[in-house]
Design a protein around this ligand. Structure first.
Ligand code: PHE
Length: 344
């Protein structure tokens, strides 16, 4: 039996020597060392031996098993490391190769400006209007009538305003001022909000005008609000948005829903005030309309004009962006040319 064991041992040693892969090693383990392997099947015969032989041969068998296990382990480690080296060599990647280019989206310049203006007014105590109070599809009632437009006002003309076929009096709003009315109808003063959004006008498109654009409306109604408050807030806005060196002017104006009314101009950034196509040779560009909320508008919204006063303003987002970044054609904002859009 000892002879048989030696034979098994020798043949196992030979197999281990010849093994070249981890699979070979697994096969060897199975063949010699597993529960049903050759060593175990020999050991089964131990029971037929004398007590003395049982001990000697048993110890010998265990010794062989231990030796084989050790050398199998050693060989396995050797092969494993070799196979790993080969694998690493095969799967080697060149980390100096340039990566795949993934184009990055950017925030649209008008959104950049809108966000900046919103945060300026938030820093001055204004909050964002609820979107339900500032719809783009609007009735003539909120877009015009409640804002003290007389029934025959030219702005209501089909030439100027887009009428929808939803119903006779439903328009695409021509101004964000509709938000003033809805806000005042739905909230008691003090009201201090800004309402950014898109507006539509039936205009011939050129470098200065598009048939839709963006406005930011502002409204502040409370006790003791004066024209001084209006000027203070707007001057502070201009200072924060353009910096203190930009030349601006307040100009007397008219709107049906404010009295008195004013417009604010900024010196043309394209020509520096000398006159050019962008400013129609005036040297100035209008950025906003403003004024004290008309008594009739307060009354329409059931706010007592004896107790409350307020001011409102509306500014053009495209204009403000053009004037900050010297963009000379409004259509660039809507062509979606990435060469333009990625510059901001
Ligand atoms: N709604 C006016 C416009 O579209 C701007 C404006 C808003 C003027 C609020 C006065 C007060 O030009």
């Amino acid at each position: 039996m000892k002879k048989q064991l030696e034979k098994i041992f020798n043949s196992a040693v030979l197999d281990i020597e010849k093994a070249t892969s981890t699979e070979d090693i697994e096969d060897i383990k199975l063949k010699y060392l597993s529960r049903k392997g050759e060593l175990n099947s020999i050991k089964k015969n131990l029971k037929d031996l004398s007590e003395e032989d049982k001990r000697v041969v048993g110890a010998f068998a265990n010794d062989i098993a231990q030796k084989l296990e050790d050398s199998v382990k050693e060989k396995y480690n050797l092969i494993y490391r070799k196979e790993l080296d080969v694998k690493l060599q095969q799967e080697k990647i060149d980390i100096t190769l340039p990566g795949k280019f993934i184009p990055q989206g950017k925030v649209h310049p008008l959104t950049v400006t809108t966000n900046e203006i919103i945060s300026i007014f938030q820093s001055l105590g204004f909050s964002l209007v609820q979107s339900v109070n500032s719809p783009e599809v609007e009735t003539e009632h909120f877009n015009f009538d409640m804002l003290n437009f007389p029934p025959d006002h030219p702005a209501k003309d089909m030439q100027d305003t887009y009428y929808t076929n939803i119903a006779k009096n439903v328009v695409l709003r021509s101004q964000t001022s509709n938000a003033q009315v809805r806000e005042m109808e739905n909230n008691k003063p003090p009201v201090r909000v800004i309402a950014p959004g898109r507006v539509y006008r039936n205009e011939a498109v050129n470098s200065r005008k598009n048939n839709f654009f963006h406005q930011i409306e502002g409204l502040y109604v409370d006790k003791d609000i004066t024209f001084g408050d209006l000027k203070g807030v707007l001057n502070e806005f201009i200072r924060l948005y353009f910096g203190s060196s930009r030349v601006t002017r307040f100009r007397n104006s008219f709107f049906p829903f404010t009295e008195p009314s004013a417009e604010v101009d900024v010196q043309c950034i394209i020509c520096g005030g000398d006159g050019c196509r962008t400013c129609s040779n005036t040297g100035w560009l209008e950025i906003l309309g403003a004024g004290m909320v008309d008594v009739n508008v307060l009354k329409n919204c059931e706010i007592d004009p004896e107790v409350y006063t307020g001011f409102a303003f509306g500014m053009g987002v495209e204009r403000l962006t053009m004037l900050k970044y010297a963009v000379d054609d409004i259509r660039l904002f809507f062509n979606n040319d990435v060469r333009f859009l990625t510059q901001f």
